[in-house]
Design a protein around this ligand. Structure first.
Ligand code: ZN
Length: 193
C-alpha cells in the first residue's frame, strides 16, 4: 500500500459505500494509519491509497501516541453552518498549499469499524478535515475548491505533478487506466456490491 499522488485516476473516482467489514479491511485501516503517520498527515482517505471504497481515517495530532484515532465508514455530512477560509494541504499533493473556503461547522454521521453508527457536530480543524476527506471519496480535491484567482497561482505546481506522474507511468511505476479500472471493479465487488 502506498499514497498515490495527483493526478492518479483513483483520486477522481467516486467511491461506493462499504457493505461489509472484515479482518482484511481492519488490516487495511491499520496500514492506512501507519502511512498517514509516516507522512505526518491528519487525515487519509481510501482513494488516496488506491482503494475505491467510502472510508477515511483521521487523527488531528498526526501522531500514533497522541490524539484520538477516528475511522469514518460511509460518512455523510449535514447541517453545514457558517464559512471559513484556511490553508489546506493534501498527502496526494505534497508540499502544495492553498486557501479553501468551507462551512465552519458540520454534522457528520458515519459507521466505525465495529459497525456502530456515530454522529458528531464538529467545527474548526475537525470540520475542515472531515470535509476535505469526504471530498476525496467523491473524487474531489482541495485544489478544485480554490478560487479561480488562487488556482492560477498553483497551475505550474500542478503541471509538475502531472509531468512527474506521466514519467512514473512511462517507467512502469503506475498501472494503465484499464488496469486501475479492473482493480477498482474487484475491490468494489469485494466490499461494496
Ligand atoms: Zn487530501
Amino acid at each position: 500500500m502506498q499514497i498515490v499522488s495527483y493526478p492518479h485516476p483513483t483520486l477522481r473516482h467516486k467511491s461506493l459505500p462499504i457493505k461489509r467489514v472484515n479482518a482484511e479491511l481492519r488490516e487495511i485501516v491499520s496500514e492506512m494509519f501507519a502511512l498517514m503517520y509516516e507522512a505526518r498527515g491528519v487525515g487519509l482517505a481510501a482513494n488516496q491509497v488506491d482503494l475505491p471504497i467510502r472510508l477515511f481515517i483521521m487523527n488531528l495530532e498526526a501522531k500514533p501516541d497522541a490524539g484520538e484515532e477516528f475511522v469514518f465508514i460511509n460518512p455523510v455530512i449535514s447541517r453545514a453552518k457558517g464559512s471559513a477560509e484556511k490553508e489546506e494541504g493534501c498527502l496526494s499533493l505534497p508540499e502544495l498549499y492553498g486557501p479553501v473556503k468551507r462551512p465552519k461547522q458540520v454534522r457528520v454521521q458515519a459507521y466505525g469499524l465495529d459497525g456502530q453508527e456515530f454522529q458528531a457536530d464538529v467545527d474548526g480543524l475537525f470540520a475542515r478535515v472531515v470535509q476535505h476527506e469526504l471530498d476525496h471519496l467523491d473524487g474531489v480535491l482541495f485544489v478544485d475548491r480554490m478560487s479561480e484567482t488562487n488556482r492560477l497561482e498553483i497551475v505550474d505546481e500542478l503541471d509538475v505533478f502531472e509531468t512527474e506522474f506521466a514519467s512514473q507511468r512511462e517507467a512502469g511505476g503506475i498501472p494503465s487506466d484499464e488496469e486501475i479500472a479492473r482493480q477498482t471493479a474487484e475491490w468494489e465487488k469485494k466490499y461494496c456490491l
